[in-house]
Ligand binder design. Structure first.
Ligand code: PLP
Length: 231
């Protein structure tokens, strides 16, 4: 199957409220261009250097999402152009994003990454840390004028067990619903830089399940571009 066929096949299955991020990490520009020519405009990358190089070579109407684990010292490299950062998992990182966004006269949209898996290896905030960050940004909004928290992101455990994955997605959806009901109430009184509306969950192997659990944004790589070859 070609990239454009894969892309059209997936898009035909997505409900209208679900946004598709084409995850193009490790793939050559020619593959990205095939997806671009088939109409895809949102691309997700995991590595800063690779993202910067691809952004320079690709058309400038692309929205680039950073979906990997972002180190504070590398934020400045993507701050001029990145449109959404999915994996924000500390206040320190959020502060650095705000600082670099300010230098570029931008407001950068961010998703807070929530830890929902059973594995030790996955990054993310627990519920308490998540609430602390939201409260801090809400109370100190003058110092966070160049970021906007627009949603949550999570990754399920890497397992074949669909029940386990479903349980984790539903857990994240519950957290998402709790937070949106609080922040919607706040925003009715005074609009601010917390506006939770995106729930980023679901990859090639589990996006249908994620959507049935309430995902509004899926990050799909191998089902579009084929399996990856890491060197
Ligand atoms: C690589 C990656 C994806 C895409 O994975 P596929 O299984 O190839 O669809 C999605 N999200 C994150 C955070 C990733 O690192």
């Amino acid at each position: 199957m070609s990239i454009s066929k894969n892309l059209n096949n997936i898009k035909s299955q997505l409900p209208a409220h679900v946004t598709l991020v084409a995850v193009s990490k490790t793939k050559p520009i020619s593959d990205l261009m095939e997806a671009y020519d088939a109409g895809q405009r949102i691309f997700g990358e995991n590595y800063v250097q690779e993202l910067v190089e691809k952004q320079e070579q690709m058309p400038n109407d692309i929205q680039w999402h950073f979906i990997g684990h972002l180190q504070s010292r590398k934020v400045k490299l993507i701050a001029p152009f990145v449109s959404l950062i999915h994996g924000v998992d500390s206040l320190k990182l959020l502060q650095e994003i705000n600082k670099q966004a300010a230098k570029n006269n931008r407001v950068i949209d961010c998703l807070l990454q929530v830890f929902i898996a059973e594995e030790e290896s996955k990054f993310g905030l627990d519920e308490q840390e998540l609430n602390e960050i939201l409260e801090h940004v809400h109370n100190d909004k003058e110092n966070y004028k160049n970021i906007r928290i627009v949603g949550l992101m999570g990754m399920a455990t890497f397992t074949e067990n669909q029940n386990q994955i479903e349980k984790e997605f539903k857990h994240l959806k519950t957290i998402f619903d709790t937070i949106t009901s609080c922040t919607d109430a706040i925003n009715r009184v005074s609009p601010e830089n917390i506006d939770i509306k995106i729930l980023s969950m679901g990859m090639s192997g589990d996006y249908q399940l994620a959507i049935s659990c309430g995902s509004t944004m899926v990050r799909i790589g191998s089902s579009i571009f084929g399996t990856r070859n890491y060197q």
